[in-house]
Design a binder for this molecule. Structure first.
Ligand code: CP
Length: 310
């Protein structure tokens, strides 16, 4: 694997191999005082973020450091991007400076694919850490890792994804990956927060959360992305919370084994009640924890796996 740009087209064997590697890394590091492996010594990973992030940027940095890579963080605001440098020139500069892998987040859908094209000659790997409303593949992979951990398997499970489907790159990556892994996905959203063409996705669509909850093995809540809704959004925050917010009453409609996920950052009181977010049924901190091992696994597959195989 040279790049990780999307889960669309990621085959089941490769996805499963990344998930298995993440499991093995988690087990290998469990209880160790020094959580450091020598695997990527001498390799350089650069995170290039044009949008804000807490979880993704920090977990890639930790993942790289736990694999002994040199990790450099570049944010658009603190770089020559603020002087007008283009994405292409920035990428070529980072490759010339010695990047083996660039982890990029950008507001434009397709930016990571463009970057991979520009860096082909340099041999630099690219990981998409979120491009506009397109994809966020490592989020979907860490979500699958968490589902496997909590439910034992993804295949045959019924997963509800609730909320702002229209603006979500997380949902697009999850729909592709969950379909590849054999899950049954239902999207639950108001009609105003669904994209045109959703009927062609490998999912069923519902507007009624309460009707879906009793049959779900997991519910994944999406953040309502107000920053991408320049004209305000409908329904209002209050209406949204009443119809789609996951509160304790709604949690009670789900089977006992069913698990609650949220990619974060979450809007407490609107998308999810604090009593639910902080309950043992929620796997939200597990998702963050698994994100580090999963991103270690991705860096391993990109930077170490091929080398070991050759
Ligand atoms: N889930 C996610 O991408 O979170 P961050 O924006 O904090 O990275």
């Amino acid at each position: 694997m040279r790049h990780l740009l999307s889960t669309e087209g990621l085959d089941r064997a490769t996805a499963t191999s990344i998930l298995d590697t993440a499991d093995n890394l988690k087990r290998a590091l469990l209880g160790r005082e020094v959580r450091k492996l020598p695997t990527l010594r001498g390799r350089t990973v650069i995170t290039l973020f044009y949008e804000n992030s807490t979880r993704t940027r920090v977990s890639f940095e930790i993942a790289g450091k736990w694999m002994s890579a040199d990790v450099v963080n570049v944010s658009a605001g603190g770089s020559s991007v603020s002087k007008g440098e283009s994405l292409r020139d920035t990428a070529l500069t980072l490759a010339a400076a010695g990047a083996d892998c660039v982890v990029v987040r950008h507001p434009a859908s397709g930016a990571a694919h463009r970057l991979a094209g520009w860096l082909a000659e340099a041999g630099t790997s690219v990981v998409n850490a979120g491009d506009g409303m397109h994809e966020h593949p490592t989020q979907a992979l860490l979500d699958a890792a968490t589902l496997r951990e909590r439910l034992g398997s993804v295949e045959g499970r019924r997963i509800g994804i609730v909320g702002d489907v229209l603006h979500s790159r997380v949902v697009r990556s999850n729909v592709h990956l969950l379909a590849t892994l054999g899950a049954d996905v239902v999207l639950v959203a108001p009609p105003t927060l669904l994209p045109v063409g959703v009927q062609n996705w490998p999912v069923t669509v519902s507007h009624e959360l309460d009707a879906e909850l009793p049959s779900l093995d997991a519910v994944m809540l999406l953040r309502v992305q107000a920053e991408r809704m320049h004209g305000g959004f409908f329904p209002s925050a209050r209406e949204y919370s009443i119809a789609y917010g996951l509160n304790e009453n709604r949690l009670g409609l789900m089977p006992e084994h069913a698990v609650v996920l949220h990619p974060g950052p979450m809007l407490r009181g609107m998308e999810i009640a604090s009593a639910v977010a902080d309950s043992p049924r929620a796997a939200i901190t597990d998702q963050v924890r698994n994100g580090v091992h999963l991103r270690m696994a991705v860096l391993y597959h990109l930077l170490a796996h091929e080398e070991e195989a050759s």
